[in-house]
Design a protein around this ligand. Structure first.
Ligand SMILES: [Zn+2]
Length: 88
């Protein structure tokens, strides 16, 4: 298996496979690193876990470039402070 070098401390990293996802952990600083594809798999595994764990948990939304913008934040009061109200 290909060995990986820790980008933080240059230590040797061991790769563990957890739930179909390769997780590289540094033997020196214990840092954990995932690549982009693995993060996606983790989210999918997390969602599957939530789906199977009961009706009260919601799956995480998948963030995509085409998803709509989040709703606007709650309406702010017109004035930021009492003094703004006096002089606005
Ligand atoms: Zn390290």
């Amino acid at each position: 298996m290909e060995t990986m070098t820790c980008p933080k401390c240059q230590g040797e990293m061991a790769v563990h496979r957890r739930g179909g996802v390769d997780i590289a952990q540094c033997g020196s600083c214990s840092g954990i690193f995932l690549d982009r594809a693995d993060r996606t798999s983790l989210v999918e595994n997390e969602n599957e876990w939530h789906l199977s764990s009961g009706p009260r948990t919601e799956p995480l939304p998948r963030i995509t470039a085409s998803m709509p913008a989040p709703p606007p934040s709650p309406a702010r009061p017109r004035y930021q402070s009492f003094l703004d109200g006096l002089f606005g």
